[in-house]
Design a protein around this ligand. Structure first.
Ligand code: BGP
Length: 469
């Protein structure tokens, strides 16, 4: 649909940027921090998370750059094991102080903190006891969330519960170095994470009722490969299993019936205790965060032993499931150098589908493009490909606003270069370049990329500069 005139972004729009604790902070064992599951990763060719972008020591310089960029919001996560080194029990005062200082620095710079409680970095001590397979981890999460809500009452207005719970269930390898749980166990863990989020929502309503909270799953529109009705229904099925299972619990407070039918058919429906469904029903989200990078294209399963392909996928490279769907290439779309399909219109489609289902405000908590980059001879970093990617996506977000989607804001991934989940610093995402090598920490100097200036202009003009280029 074409509109005769482009409407501006609202004044209150949260122009933001994202990071997560373990990918950016470093200082993995300093000032009393306990290890998380991510600290077990020791890749030979890629950076681990021990130093990362050294944000822990340089956060004031980084916040000054955020202010210069013009950010209205900064979405980051708290490292649970920096605050509770063993996940539960004793609090690490220095860990808590780091987040007090960071949040105060942001507020002094006029930047709204949007804080994720848990972004892939379960405290190792909890993991070793059984992690999300145990209901005691729900109690630990609630205690952690309560402390955060009490500590930052009146300062943080937007909380996110769990980052990409659906990715942790569908692509679990990155969360469980060396030992991926069975499908049954994963879906039991999934249920426990739903309960943990609902307990956090309940706690926030008691502690700081004016503050808003929501989930941050990875949500993408799923397309049928052809107009064959069998392909269309396969796309519907996969969209329900991958997306709506997660958002229905968070937003509506119940298991999607089709997703439940799938889980029962596969023998994966979780064990529930009395009161679980009531807890979910009574504690739903105020808004929906979503991470969007790409779309998926699928065709009907043949149930012939070959539906599961390709064998290895990541969060954006779908792997088929026997008897459910086949993953397909979308030949209409170009891909990033890491193979993720680029689909700005898919962002508009995704936002419309989400808003149509839930009628809740939506915040884009991640979206961006990763690529190999280096400092040019002129000492600058020229990332025109990121400018092209982001401006195309911003324009589609604006179209979604015109479609009447209640879009609160947009936090591209990432504010600065950080360790990617699979490719270290070979895959960079930031507006700010971090001068470090893959294994060599380098100078850690921060360099504004060309996309920094472009995003600065977009924010400054409230999106008007998007019409100019
Ligand atoms: C999301 C994660 C982020 C981030 C991003 C880019 O799934 O929430 O933590 O890593 O994807 O992914 P990658 O680092 O694999 O390129």
């Amino acid at each position: 649909m074409f509109y005769s005139e482009t409407k501006p972004f609202p004044e209150s729009f949260l122009w933001g940027a994202s990071t997560s604790a373990y990918q950016v902070e470093g200082a993995w064992n300093q000032d009393g921090k306990g290890p998380s599951v991510q600290d077990l990763h020791k890749p030979e060719k890629f950076s681990d998370f021990s130093v990362a972008s050294d944000h822990y020591h340089r956060f004031r310089e980084d916040v000054a750059l955020m202010k210069e960029l013009g950010l209205k919001a900064y979405r980051f996560s708290i490292s649970w094991s920096r605050v509770f080194p063993k996940g539960a029990g004793d609090v690490n005062p220095q860990g808590l102080q780091f987040y007090r200082d960071l949040i105060d620095e942001l507020l002094a710079a006029g930047i709204e903190p949007v804080v994720t409680l848990y972004h892939f970095d379960l405290p190792l001590a909890l993991h070793e006891q059984g992690g999300w397979s145990l209901r005691s981890t729900i109690d630990a999460f609630e205690a952690y969330a309560r402390l955060m809500f009490e500590t930052f009452r009146g300062k943080v207005k937007y909380w996110l519960t769990i980052n990409e719970q659906n990715v942790m269930i569908n692509h679990p390898a990155a969360m469980y170095p060396g030992n991926v749980p069975s499908q049954n166990e994963l879906h039991q863990q999934n249920h426990h994470m739903f309960l943990a989020s609902a307990r956090a929502v309940k706690a926030l309503r008691e502690i700081d009722p004016a503050t808003k909270i929501g989930p941050a799953p990875n949500i993408i529109a799923v397309y049928p490969k052809t107009s064959l009705p069998e392909d269309v229904i396969a796309a519907d099925n996969w969209e329900v299993i991958r997306n709506w299972l997660y958002l229905d619990v968070a937003a509506k407070g119940y298991y999607n019936p089709l997703a439940a039918a799938y889980l029962k058919e596969k023998g994966l429906y979780p064990h529930m205790e009395e009161g679980d469904l009531e807890l979910l029903a009574e504690n739903t989200a105020d808004f929906l965060g979503l991470n969007y990078y790409s779309t998926a294209t699928v065709s009907a399963a043949k149930n012939d032993g070959h539906d599961r392909q390709p064998r290895n996928g990541d969060q954006q490279t779908m792997v088929g499931e026997e008897g459910v769907f086949r993953a397909e290439e979308n030949d209409a779309l170009k891909a990033t150098e890491f193979g993720w399909k680029i689909d700005p219109v898919g962002l508009r489609t995704t936002l419309r589908r989400v808003y149509d289902r839930y009628h809740l405000p939506v915040l884009i908590t991640e979206n961006g493009i990763g690529g190999r980059e280096e400092i040019a001879a002129d000492g600058q970093v020229h990332d025109q490909y990121r400018i092209t990617y982001l401006t195309a996506h911003f324009r589609q977000a604006q179209q979604a606003l015109m479609d009447d989607v209640d879009l609160m804001g947009y936090c591209p991934w990432a504010f600065m270069d950080l360790v990617s989940t699979h490719q270290g610093y070979q895959k960079r995402y930031g507006f700010v370049y971090v001068d470090r090598g893959e294994l060599d920490p380098g100078t850690m100097n921060r360099i504004r990329k060309d996309s920094f200036d472009c995003y600065h202009d977009i924010i400054k003009t409230g999106g008007c500069s998007l019409q100019e280029n």
